[in-house]
Design a protein around this ligand. Structure first.
Ligand code: URA
Length: 445
């Protein structure tokens, strides 16, 4: 098979066969196709799309390009969660230990920053010593022993996705429904799960900003999960503004610890609990949403979730003192500055993409895959759209490594946070629930 034929056919609106998609994924994972040709095929797919059968075949081929986790014999339900990505979205970090403390087995495999979004792995690695590069055998052993592991995608799991993910990031081909669906579902379905919960972001900071497209993505992924006998539920959550207060790697670990201490910003806590409820329902460990929420709130209130996080940090080589003394253990930015409102009015927007790009400008994200990440930098966003602000009121705090960083931070906040007089009604935090049974509107969009 010659890749050139596939590129030309897709460019002209034709279909690719399952066998062709399998060869494509396998050969690319084995470094036998040049990046420039694969980039051209990705761009053709970006514009022409893949139908459901092509998308499913691509997902299967990517999933089968590597090994799989197998939890046969484990006496716990194995459930994971994945987010389509956003700014300030640190939910995986408190959620995984929280549901593990409630009795689930969670082999959580996360990614690095993609485009303007942050990555769970970069956040975890701001904890000194924390190792996210475990082998599949080590990850499996930790899940069996503790109930939870927080790892990155090794070359062993869906290696075709690992390479395609990096290439899409570098070729502006991330925002395509079949490519996102195949990417997420290929690695998740290689984890040997009994159920999967998806957090599909919508709004300005999401890869699918329009609610209709986010809903289409959610339906596509739920259908793939169900077709592979992995019950899958998706919640559509707002990325119209950054989630929570902290945006930046070490800052987001601090906020995650606040959530685990039964505290923290209301929106981060609510999304964590809502996804946790779905995970417990899929596992069968809770009969209904009220019981599931009670179990989660109990594990936060009595410290079991926090204790589970401590054990995970310890098991993965991190400094467990981070749990009791985050500021003493996490890297701290050399420069800090509070930005205040220049006028009184209503916060019109806190643009998440601008904040995400601002973190990269401060050194906290990557422009190329080789870039090193400074874990200490970022922002605290202190206002939400729709909120009244008075002149002089703190809007944000900048955490930078030097005065150049502070300048970049000031420019970012000036662009991202707009104050004017119009009344603003922010979109609902959690708008839809998508499952095999259909779409439920939880709040008017
Ligand atoms: N997260 C993924 O794992 N893949 C994508 O394509 C987008 C978000």
């Amino acid at each position: 098979m010659h890749l050139l034929d596939l590129i030309a056919r897709k460019r002209d609106g034709g279909r690719l066969t399952p066998a062709e998609l399998r060869t494509f994924a396998t050969e690319y994972a084995a470094d036998r196709y040049p990046d420039y040709q694969v980039a051209a095929l990705l761009m053709a797919i970006f514009f022409r799309g893949l139908d459901d059968e092509e998308g499913f075949a691509l997902m299967e081929a990517m999933r089968d390009s590597g090994g799989r986790l197998d939890f046969a014999g484990l006496d716990k339900p194995v459930i994971d969660k994945h987010s389509t990505g956003g700014v300030g979205d640190k939910v995986s970090i408190p959620l995984a230990p929280l549901v593990a403390a409630c009795g689930l087995a969670v082999p959580m495999m996360s990614g690095r920053g993609l485009g303007h979004t942050g990555g769970t792995l970069d956040k975890l690695e701001s904890i000194p010593g924390f190792n996210t590069r475990l082998s599949l055998a080590e990850a499996k052993a930790q899940v069996e022993r503790l109930g939870c592991v927080l790892i990155g995608q090794t070359g062993e799991i869906a290696p075709a996705d690992k390479k395609l993910y990096a290439l899409r990031d570098a070729t502006a081909t991330v925002e395509a429904i079949p490519l996102i669906a195949a990417s997420i579902m290929s690695k998740k379905l290689a984890e040997g799960l009994h159920g999967l919960v998806l957090d599909v972001k919508t709004g300005a900071g999401a890869f699918m900003p329009e609610p209709e497209r986010a809903l289409a993505l959610a339906k596509t992924m739920v259908a793939i999960g169900e077709r592979c006998a992995c019950p899958t539920v998706a919640l559509m959550t707002s990325m119209a503004q950054p989630l929570g207060v902290a945006c930046g790697n070490a800052l987001e670990i601090e906020e995650s610890l606040e959530i685990l201490r039964n505290d923290g910003p209301a929106d981060t806590r609510e999304v964590t609990l809502a996804l946790g409820v779905e995970m417990l329902l899929l596992s069968g460990l809770a009969a209904d949403a009220v019981e599931a929420r009670g179990q989660l709130e109990g594990a936060l209130a009595d410290g079991r979730a926090l204790e589970m996080f401590r054990r995970i940090v310890e098991a993965q080589g991190g400094d467990p003192r981070v749990v009791d003394d985050p500021k003493g253990v996490l890297p701290q930015a050399a420069k800090q500055e509070v930005v205040t409102a220049k006028r009184t009015g209503i916060v019109q927007s806190v643009a998440p993409r601008v904040i995400g790009r601002g973190i990269i400008a401060l050194g906290g994200g990557r422009l190329t895959m080789e870039d090193a990440v400074d874990p200490s930098v970022g922002f605290h966003i202190l206002v939400r759209p729709g909120q009244h602000a008075t002149r002089g009121q703190p809007l944000a705090a900048i955490y930078a490594r030097d005065t150049t960083g502070l300048e970049a931070g000031r420019a970012c906040i000036a662009e991202a946070i707009v104050i004017d007089d119009a009344y603003v009604l922010p979109p609902p935090l959690i708008s839809h629930r998508v499952s095999a049974a259909g779409v439920e509107e939880l709040a008017p969009g």
